[in-house]
Design a protein around this ligand. Structure first.
Ligand code: PHE
Length: 447
């Protein structure tokens, strides 16, 4: 079992670890391209609504479950089965989360690998047409499986090394340095991008909703993105919750994490879209390549551009690492407990599985580009299945467990919520709003 004596010291450790998990490629790479593909403002509004109405109660619930269980998600569920008499089927929730984490990690590491590669690939100073260069560079990059496999493998190996050494000790210190530096750098970049690019067009694209763009696929993508970006629905936050100090205020903690995460995503949009609209070679609907085509252009021509660009991609890769470790942590902790094997051994098994599965996503850029599952490429299918289905489904069950199955008084006491009005709002969100919204989105989008 997770070591109970290892409660993280100080309120900041949990916040940093959870923010480290939440802030990652989901904010910097995925949010802008999802917003771009789904029509901008309308997507952003639904995304923000999902963050507040679903993300907030589900994140509090996950932390509460982890804190009570003080163990990996599977064992936390087992504890609820034995101490609170809930059905033993709930243990499946832990399993299901571990599986979702592994599936996400498989393609996450492909893109994190690309960002590692980009540390060494700025646009050459003598380029005649930087945005065209950037688009061509990515096209060439993605057509080379061996190159992509190299970076995908390297990123997974780094992830596995950290997890094998123990996430708790492994990441806390690093995050303390990378998060503030990343914040500082993206704020600078967004200012630079606003001055040099088409900021008005970017702002109206991101914040002026065109409601005619709303469709069931926009809604389900926005909800999926809310879960993905906050690391919810698969047990990552629950696993970290196991280490939260007893007295830490959940509401404040969760509000801060959500604020930081949303802030980074919006800033990423403000970096990317002014550049996109200023360069005809770039299009908002480019999809997963948007970030990699646009960012090098942002660095082109600024003073010390090679250095700045390398620093930026190092920070992005580190932010991705602090998320990827949380994708594999729940599965690792479970294997360690279940099979009494070392973390290293557990992580090698899980890491290799993610690596193999990741090859499918990686090759869907090139060799198996025409292979389709439900008219989606392998990568799109994995992305859709995990983000739009598995995470919201995990979140739905978490909300149902906390809102309906567990005794209200027990939850209220453990959560240490004293203000009656706030408690009523909170339980109302958890019991009704979150599950009903998730349910409705599923019904409309899938049928
Ligand atoms: N939230 C992470 C990101 O935005 C990704 C993630 C999803 C991590 C689910 C853990 C669990 O990059």
């Amino acid at each position: 079992m997770a070591n109970n004596s290892k409660i993280w010291k100080g309120n900041w450790t949990f916040i940093l670890a959870a923010a480290g998990s939440a802030v990652g490629l989901g904010n910097i790479w995925k949010f802008p391209y999802m917003a771009g593909e789904n029509g901008g403002g309308a997507f952003v509004i639904i995304y923000l609504a999902c963050i507040v109405l679903i993300g907030f109660p589900v994140m509090m619930s996950e932390i509460f479950l982890g804190k009570y269980g003080r163990s990996s998600p599977v064992y936390t569920m087992k504890k609820f089965v034995s101490l609170k008499g809930i059905s033993s089927y709930w243990v499946l929730l832990g399993w299901f989360g571990g599986l979702a984490g592994l599936m996400i990690l498989s393609y996450y590491s492909v893109f994190a690998g690309i960002s590692l590669a980009y540390i060494f690939s700025p646009i050459p100073a003598d380029s005649m047409n930087p945005s065209q260069y950037s688009v061509d560079f990515f096209a060439q990059f993605q057509s080379s499986p061996m190159r992509m496999i190299f970076w995908h493998s390297l990123f997974l190996i780094l992830t596995c090394i950290i997890v094998a050494r123990g996430v708790v000790d492994g990441i806390g210190a690093t995050i303390k340095v990378i998060m503030p530096t990343l914040f500082f750098l993206i704020i600078l970049l967004s200012i630079y991008s606003s001055f040099t690019g088409e900021i008005e067009k970017a702002i109206s694209f991101l914040f002026m909703p065109d409601f005619s763009k709303i469709s069931s696929s926009v809604i389900i993508s926005a909800m999926g993105q809310a879960f993905f970006t906050l690391s919810l629905g698969m047990g990552a936050i629950m696993a970290y919750g196991a280490y939260i100090p007893e007295e830490q205020n959940l509401t404040k903690t969760v509000s801060l994490i959500i604020f930081l995460d949303t802030f980074v995503a919006i800033i990423a949009g403000i970096i990317i879209f002014p550049i996109v609209f200023a360069n005809p070679e770039l299009t908002p609907t480019a999809g997963p390549s948007l970030f990699f085509e646009t960012l090098p252009v942002a660095f082109y021509g600024i003073p010390f551009s090679f250095f700045a660009s390398a620093l930026f991609f190092i920070l992005v890769s580190l932010a991705a690492l602090s998320s990827s470790v949380s994708l594999i942590e729940p599965g690792t902790a479970w294997m360690e407990d279940r099979f009494k094997i070392s973390r290293t051994y557990a992580v090698i098994i899980l890491g290799s599985t993610a690596w193999l599965l990741g090859l499918g996503s990686l090759l869907s850029f090139n060799i198996i580009a025409d292979f389709q599952i439900f008219s989606m490429s392998f990568l799109d299918f994995m992305d859709f299945l995990t983000n739009s289905i598995m995470l919201p489904l995990g979140g739905l069950f978490i909300a149902l467990l906390v809102g309906w199955i567990l005794e209200e008084n027990f939850v209220k006491q453990e959560m240490k919520i004293k203000n009656e009005i706030y408690w009523k709002i909170w339980i109302y969100l958890t019991r009704y709003i979150a599950p009903i919204l998730i349910g409705l989105v599923f019904i409309f989008a899938l049928f």
